[in-house]
Design a protein around this ligand. Sequence first.
Ligand code: FE2
Length: 184
Amino acid sequence: MPNAIRMMKDRQKAMFSVLLAFRTIARRAMRSDGKADFTHLKSLLEYLDRFPEKLHQPNEERYLFKAVLSRDPGLSRVVARAQRDHAASKGYLVRLRAALKDWEDGVEGGLAQTAIVADDYVRFARRHARIEERDLLSVARNVLGQAEWADIERVFGAAADPLAVSKSRQECTTAIRKLSNLPA
Ligand SMILES: [Fe+2]
């Protein structure tokens, strides 16, 4: 497997673990007293905003999708769909932030809405990863040359996602807290 694809998968894994952590906290709060550490939840959203949404997805579009398209223009519909998914993904983040604010402000239904949107976001991100793998990466593996993979790898490597390089749960927690300038 090209190293760039491995890096992409690591970043996807990091995104899923943050999303799942968020969803778990919201679900747990629903089953208990409705309280949560909002500072922590906001730092999870901060991660999703700064890395998957503002860095990885634009990098995929600018480098990976572009390279695949130049090799196989027949994939334009597949690429357009993946780009639409990226735009939609940002919408989930916006809705999740709004729901979290309602929850924190004590607005009725805020917690339930947070749990629902978090679940939708997880499902959407999973489906996107599955379709990207099936329709795009499977082709990329066959059509891209070594120089193109090296370029993509360099870009992904430069993005320095603090979670994709974290090796343990503790390292992940520390990296997330650092994003919000909290003491580790
Ligand atoms: Fe993507």
